[in-house]
Design a protein around this ligand. Structure first.
Ligand SMILES: *[C@@H]1O[C@H](CO)[C@@H](O)[C@H](O)[C@H]1NC(C)=O
Ligand SMILES: *[C@@H]1O[C@H](CO)[C@@H](O)[C@H](O)[C@H]1NC(C)=O
Ligand SMILES: *[C@@H]1O[C@H](CO)[C@@H](O)[C@H](O)[C@H]1NC(C)=O
Ligand SMILES: *[C@@H]1O[C@H](CO)[C@@H](O)[C@H](O)[C@H]1NC(C)=O
Ligand SMILES: *[C@@H]1O[C@H](CO)[C@@H](O)[C@H](O)[C@H]1NC(C)=O
Ligand SMILES: *[C@@H]1O[C@H](CO)[C@@H](O)[C@H](O)[C@H]1NC(C)=O
Length: 140
């Protein structure tokens, strides 16, 4: 399966959506970000969102998923903002088959394994049922 060698595409994903917060809502003092446990149950969902955002934007033939969470913070600011530093690594699952990420093992082949260091910020607004990716920056 030499075809795979084609796929080592340099990845540099930069998406920045500036948070245009409704200033007219007035003077609610937002809290500061604070560290949360890497076991936090919401964090698991947010980390999945990071992987989905990344995969949506990558040109890679394979799906990536989180391999390490380095730092996770939460901030209450008209909803909840998560700020996460994590590693995303290439899995064996092909994107076109869009499999459930949880069943995807990491690549073990030296020519194919790749890990990117990513900074992810997402804003969840539970009462609007919305999720906004504010920052997703990855480097190898
Ligand atoms: C995370 O959860 C695992 C198992 O659920 C537990 O063994 C571990 O001690 C927890 N770690 C932290 C930092 O809470
Ligand atoms: C990827 O993101 C774009 C723009 O946000 C969206 O329209 C599209 O449906 C997404 N695709 C997938 C596969 O999630
Ligand atoms: C937050 O977590 C990071 C990484 O785990 C650590 O370096 C930092 O000291 C922590 N900050 C606080 C205030 O606990
Ligand atoms: C991906 O899907 C195609 C067609 O649906 C199938 O032939 C192929 O075996 C699948 N590959 C993997 C790795 O599951
Ligand atoms: C890739 O695999 C090799 C051999 O298993 C390992 O030494 C290396 O650390 C891996 N690299 C990444 C980025 O996972
Ligand atoms: C919120 O979003 C989830 C997933 O997209 C959807 O299943 C659910 O019906 C939505 N709820 C409301 C109140 O819009």
């Amino acid at each position: 399966m030499r075809v795979k060698t084609l796929l080592l595409v340099a990845l540099l994903i930069a998406v920045e959506v500036v948070l245009v917060a409704g200033r007219h809502h007035g003077a609610s003092m937002p809290g500061s970000p604070f560290n949360i446990s890497k076991n936090d149950s919401c964090l698991k969902r947010v980390v999945l969102i990071a992987a989905y955002s990344f995969n949506n934007q990558s040109n890679d033939a394979f799906l990536f998923k989180a391999s390490v969470i380095h730092r996770a913070q939460r901030q209450v600011v008209r909803g909840i903002r998560y700020i996460i530093d994590l590693d995303l690594s290439r899995t064996v699952c092909r994107k076109q088959n869009s499999t459930d990420l949880s069943n995807c093992d990491f690549q073990s082949d030296r020519r194919l394994n790749q890990t990117l260091q990513c900074h992810f910020e997402v804003w969840l607004i539970p009462w609007q049922n919305t999720t906004k990716t504010l920052v997703l920056l990855c480097k190898s």
